[in-house]
Design a protein around this ligand. Structure first.
Ligand code: FAD
Ligand code: NAI
Length: 468
């Protein structure tokens, strides 16, 4: 069979690229080695984690959050199997939804492991051992990422006692003590799921801050709120060993600045120290496709690899490992392959941590602006001064807007608070249009909404807030 485009990998990068290519009239096939479509994101990433985050948040609210609102309920009982069933139903609905979209857009879905034989040729090996070769004008590599483990350490991640995010999404019972290695996004999200469900959670982190790349002020406040929820942090601590024991596992770590090693016993250890690009078995070396120093597929500004006709998008290339970044690259590349102009604005890619409260960010942090020598103004507004937040008892956190000191153009927005992941988008849209903090502050915002704190923070950046 001969195609215009063969996409390898049906994650958010690959399946979205396939849909857009088909919509633009290109004959398209997608190859996936999992039994279901949707990639890491739908199967073992974004979607199942959000199902558990939401369910555990409701469980925790029913335990501690209702009384102050005058709602009295009897002590809620955890039905972990039921919660996992909700997660699985959500995953199944989403992955079969992608299969439906493939059919709807007349995309050939081929299940099997793809290997690139060279420009224009992809071999697919099915699980039953049969092989077929697809001929195509263009190949899109969208094979995503896998768990990185801890650099320099050999750890047996058995997904039962020592788990990655995949195992942590399917634990059969609530651990008594969970040690999380890494206070990044996965450590924070899944650590908070199991903490809310009753585990004691200790997070061991190499850096001296949580959520490494986030704005420093947000990170500090976030840590305090997580500590209030019962999560314990060991910061500036380098994990040097994770081993199974008779009763569970132990984690050894030592201060980054030097000092004696410590050991923590746990019944579950979650290793959340990053992900690495996944290129195994793709035949890239033989096909002559080059990788960078971090194992990512090298691409040019139009996502083309060093071999004409072979492209790559998503987690397997440089940039943030985020589903929406992969999706936007998929759309832009499909447009280019169809002869249109495709573009991704890497300066405006929001990122959200779905804890309670949420953390959301777009554009530059204060640290980045300082390092770049850019003069900026800061506008901040706390949710404790927002009427809607007070009415809902969601007063933790704040909005911070960073604007250029000379032009007032908004350069970054950072929100810690209930619903931050939804509110961040008005700042993203503003930034996409090159808007100023005055533009944002003069846009009428409905009252009473949490979003009024965004308006007030913008007002604080160029003038003075009203309600503070
Ligand atoms: P993937 O989704 O990894 O898909 C790649 C696909 O390629 C896989 O299905 C794989 O089986 C297939 N494949 C690989 N090699 C081959 C081959 N040779 N032949 C055929 N198929 C192949 N991001 C967010 O933006 N928001 C979130 O809330 C979020 N939560 C996350 C939570 C967790 C626990 C994890 C682990 C990740 C999360 N992410 C989140 C990150 C997000 O999942 C990734 O950024 C996203 O899935 C990347 O998409 P992709 O299409 O590049 O790759
Ligand atoms: P991460 O890069 O966010 O965090 C890893 C952390 O581990 C870092 O803070 C690092 O300093 C620490 N670390 C590394 N080695 C260590 C050691 N030896 N000892 C102690 N600490 C150590 O990676 P994470 O959380 O695994 O997530 C992987 C990717 O998945 C991220 O890039 C993220 O983009 C994506 N993701 C996105 C989500 C979202 O958008 N909400 C949710 C979950 C994952």
């Amino acid at each position: 069979m001969s195609y215009d485009v063969v996409v390898i990998g049906a994650g958010p990068g690959g399946y979205v690229a396939a849909i857009k290519a088909a919509q633009l009239g290109l004959k398209t096939a997608i190859v996936e080695k999992r039994d279901t479509l949707g990639g890491t994101c739908l199967n073992v990433g974004c979607i199942p984690s959000k199902a558990l985050l939401y369910a555990s948040e409701i469980f925790a609210s029913a335990q501690h959050g209702f009384e102050a609102l005058g709602v009295s309920v009897s002590k809620p009982k955890l039905d972990l199997a039921g919660m996992m069933a909700h997660k699985q139903k959500t995953v199944d609905g989403n992955t079969s939804g992608v299969a439906f979209l493939m059919k709807k857009n007349k995309i050939d879905t081929i299940y099997g492991t793809a290997k690139i034989l060279g420009a224009g040729k992809v071999e697919v090996a099915a699980k039953d051992g049969s092989k077929q070769t697809l001929e195509t004008k263009n190949i899109i590599i969208a094979t995503g990422s896998d768990v990185a483990g801890i650099p320099g350490l050999k750890i047996d991640i058995d997904e039962k006692v020592i788990v990655s995010s995949t195992g942590a999404l399917s634990l059969a019972k609530v651990p008594q003590h969970m040690v999380v290695v890494g206070a990044g996004v996965i450590g924070s999200e899944l650590g908070s799921v199991w903490s809310r469900l009753g585990a004691k959670v200790t997070v061991v982190e190499f850096l001296d801050k949580v959520l490494g790349p986030m704005d420093g002020e947000v990170s500090k406040q976030f840590q305090k709120l997580m500590e209030k929820q019962g999560i314990e942090y060991k910061l500036g601590a380098k994990v040097t060993g994770v081993e199974k024991t008779a009763s569970g596992a132990k984690v050894t770590f030592e201060p980054v600045k030097g000092g004696s090693a410590e050991t923590l016993e746990a019944d579950i250890v979650l290793v959340a120290t990053g992900r690495r690009p996944y290129t195994e078995g793709l035949g890239l070396k033989e096909a002559g496709v080059t990788l960078d120093e971090r194992g990512r597929v090298n691409i040019d500004s139009h996502w083309q690899t060093n071999i004409a006709g072979i492209y790559a998008i998503g987690d397997v290339v440089k940039g943030p490992m985020l589903a929406h970044k992969a999706e936007d690259e998929g759309v832009a590349l499909a447009e280019i392959l169809a002869g249109q102009k495709g573009h991704v604005n890497y300066d405006v890619i929001p990122s959200v941590v779905y804890t309670e409260p949420e953390v959301a960010s777009v554009g530059k942090t204060e640290e980045e602006l300082k390092a770049a020598g850019i003069e900026y103004r800061v506008g901040k507004f706390p949710f404790s001064a927002n009427g809607r937040a007070r009415a809902m008892l969601k007063t933790d956190g704040f909005v911070k807007i960073l604007a250029c000191a000379k032009t007032d153009k908004v350069l970054g927005g950072h929100i810690l608070g209930f619903g931050a992941g939804e509110m961040i988008h008005e700042i993203a849209v503003l930034m996409e249009f090159g808007g100023s903090s005055e533009d944002l502050a003069r846009t009428c915002h409905a009252h009473p909404t949490m979003s009024e704190a965004v308006k007030e923070a913008a007002l604080a950046a160029f003038s003075k807030p009203i309600n503070m």
